[in-house]
Design a protein around this ligand. Structure first.
Ligand code: PHE
Length: 337
């Protein structure tokens, strides 16, 4: 091949070259040990002596040109390679259909909030077994054998003496058996009752509060509940006690709050009364204290049991308790922050 032929072949090759790998191959093809230009240079010995300097100079000139063209082409290819990768690996941050993020369940939100409020008052949070003995769920709480709450229609029995707890009050005797006053505890958890309609679920959540100390009165109970109500539903919320009966508290009360929907003037949520019943409470029955080895002459206490779903239904305007357990994302998403 002549210098001119090599040169025009090189022109075609380099302009067709599309990658750095190909460029490397071309370097070998022209400038490698047995490359076209190298072989041409080697053929110099076959020329007459007087032609050699000019020929050598021309070949060198072409080699220099090739080297600088290779270098230019390498820069070009590197930058287009970079552009291609940037394009290919681009992350579209405007993408909207990314996996949806989870959110806390409304029951958890209420449970956490009440937990926060009570630990700020020095309450300690404890949890206990959901599978409970008849003793802690009923007997220790002064619920006699023939009490209707023990009926098979309300309670899920596992055996004659083992059951799914029907109330977090079962924790009262468990705690007082082992610990002595002063006591300030909060026991959130699941409870179970054989009941199911728009306002009853076979499993739901309660939060038990228990305080035992010297000189504890109904006023302490009311003050504590007013504090919780104000923080959950707003400072204007009023708390009302109505006489009630629980075997393990004496006196016992049903606790109503002014309706958070109408503020107490009466609406469909509070059935026109202006009040909504949220929990049961009372002064710990001396029988229960004595039964756990606590001197009821020296100590008194109060207890309350909050229905968590009930509070969430009022707070968020949820009409049917079954919505909590269906795991419908459209329902749950509404509680995402
Ligand atoms: N355990 C009662 C219930 O489930 C509520 C309650 C708790 C009442 C503590 C008084 C004291 O209805």
């Amino acid at each position: 091949m002549t210098i001119a032929e090599i040169k025009s072949l090189f022109e075609a090759d380099i302009s067709n070259c599309a990658s750095l790998a190909e460029l490397q191959e071309l370097k070998v093809k022209y400038l490698g040990k047995s490359g076209l230009l190298t072989s041409l240079l080697k053929s110099i010995k076959n020329l007459p002596a007087q032609e050699r300097p000019t020929f050598g100079a021309k070949v060198n000139e072409l080699r220099n040109e090739m080297e600088s063209r290779f270098a230019d082409k390498a820069v070009l290819l590197k930058s287009s390679e970079m552009q291609r990768r940037l394009q290919e690996e681009r992350v579209d941050i405007s993408l909207t259909d990314c996996p949806s993020r989870g959110a806390l369940h409304p029951v958890t939100l209420i449970e956490n909030r009440i937990g926060e409020l009570m630990t700020a008052l020095g309450f300690e949070v404890l949890s206990g077994p959901e599978i409970e003995t008849d003793y802690y769920n009923f007997e220790a709480l002064n619920i006699p054998y023939d009490h209707p709450a023990r009926d098979m229609q309300d309670t899920f029995y596992i055996t004659d003496s083992i059951l799914l707890r029907t109330q977090t009050s079962a924790m009262q005797a468990r705690v007082m058996e082992h610990r002595k006053p002063p006591l300030k505890i909060l026991c959130p958890g699941k409870v179970f009752r054989s009941d199911s309609d728009a306002s009853h679920s076979p499993v739901f959540h309660q939060i038990e509060g228990l305080v035992v100390d010297k000189n504890i009165t109904l006023c302490d109970l009311k003050g504590t509940l007013e504090y919780i109500a104000a923080h959950l539903f707003g400072p204007q919320t009023k708390v009302r006690f109505r006489p009630s009966f629980f075997p393990f508290t004496e006196p016992s009360v049903e606790v109503d709050l002014t309706c958070s929907n109408c503020g107490g003037t009466g609406c469909s949520l509070c059935k026109g009364t202006g009040w909504i019943e949220v929990l049961g409470a009372g002064m710990v029955n001396p029988f229960v204290l004595e039964n756990c080895g606590i001197d009821s002459k020296k100590y008194s206490g109060y207890a309350f049991g909050i229905g968590v779903e009930r509070v969430a239904m009022i707070k968020y305007g949820i009409p049917d308790i079954r919505l909590f357990y269906e795991n419908d994302q459209r329902f749950l998403k509404q509680f995402a922050k």
